[in-house]
Write a protein that binds this ligand. Sequence first.
Ligand code: ATP
Ligand code: MG
Length: 474
Amino acid sequence: MKNLNFPGLPRVLVVDDEEGIREGLRHLLQSEGLAVETAASAEDGIRRLQQKGADIVFLDLHLPGADGLSILPNLRVGTPPADVVVLTGYGTVANTVEAMRKGACDVVEKPFTPDRILSVVRRVLELRQLKSELSWLQDRVRELTSTELVGLSPAIRDVQTRIDQVGHAPDTTVLITGQSGTGKELVARCIHERSVRRHGPFVAINCAALTESLLEAELFGYEAGAFTGASRDGKAGLFQVAAGGTLFLDEIGEMPRALQAKLLRVLQERTFRRVGGIQDLQADVRIVASTNRNLRHEVEKGTFREDLYYRLNVMTIEVPPLAQRVQDIPLLAHFFLDQFGRQMGKSLSGFTEEAMETLCEYTWPGNVRELKNAIEHAAILCPSGMIDEIHLPDLSSGGTNGRDRIQRSVITLEAENRSIRSLEGQLVQRVLEETRWNISKAAAILGINRTTLYNKIRAYNLGQRPNRAKAVLS
Ligand SMILES: Nc1ncnc2c1ncn2[C@@H]1O[C@H](COP(=O)(O)OP(=O)(O)OP(=O)(O)O)[C@@H](O)[C@H]1O
Ligand SMILES: [Mg+2]
């Protein structure tokens, strides 16, 4: 069928007791590149649909032993369910209405022309394609605006508790701190979603992305002709746009000092003025600010106003680095794998033990964002099934006991027995100790693969591997 972007081969099932109709439709639709199954009875039709599935079913209303209308609901199965086109030799209005009521998408009277059939098929397939695109887009939007804060570690539970607490105080300013990629913006969205302000907008602005005057105009808006280039009607600022909701000031530590004073005024007075304006406008927003800097240090250095710091610091949520919540790594990894699998239309079932071990042993300086990117990388490389180590990006240099530190250190080996065998055993033992028995890292430093390393540990009867939880936490 020309100009149709249908994913895969469209499948059609024809249920009709007249052989001429079955074979005629098979011939017509197969020549259009569709996969066609036929059945001469209701039972056979249902069985074939269950076995093979279908996008479109052509259903004769007068079948031996069963009325087509009565089996119509049984044909609307599968996800998405097949679209049923009813074929009738007795095109009465009552029949048509009843067929549509039971879920048929169209009724075609016999005798029909090939063009009539092809136009019905084209319309149904186009509609199915649109519906599937729509549901894919809806999933994407849901994912992008998802406020699911994944994690069961004590550290992330504390964050969740704080979010619930501030949810009940919908006007209180909240400061979110934490390293880059820990999930500060996600926490801000969660705060918005868990408060009565969720019915209003969530508006985010990155204070580091704009120059001082642009940021001011964005935040407060401006009157007509306030400055050269200002639009004739003036413009509403984000304090106005976010009314009733939450205004997220990302990277507040980068806000120029002059603007800090203006923001302080909004927080104190709960009013603001547009650039060039004389009227005080109400600021009905909750401010959530975030920074990956230590604002106290910035205050000491004089780059951040002390009074604003105290105003913002009413409620602080510190999002811990991923390295402090290692037990969340498997949960997060599976969460992201599910997301990317769905997005890419792949069936990715999980991680091999080695891959998961590698993910848990890495220190994630880029935090959850880096983990998310690593899983996306793996999901692209892995055709289906389990993610293995080879699908992951190179994570060998990010450990606390990384290759560099050990390569530079001098390793002294005892000289009593200078056989290569003895020295090798000592070297392997030393590297294992220095990496706290992190097998992946030790293997990378020694330049051998993990299986070889395990063999050497056995061969040299090296010390027992310590309990893993201890190794990670110590
Ligand atoms: N606990 C979590 N559960 C699910 N997804 C998370 C979690 N933490 C972070 N993410 C995801 O990781 C990515 C990075 O998070 P986010 O943008 O909130 O970090 P950030 O701290 O604001 O980073 P930056 O300081 O670089 O702006 C986002 O896609 C976010 O949805
Ligand atoms: Mg952010």
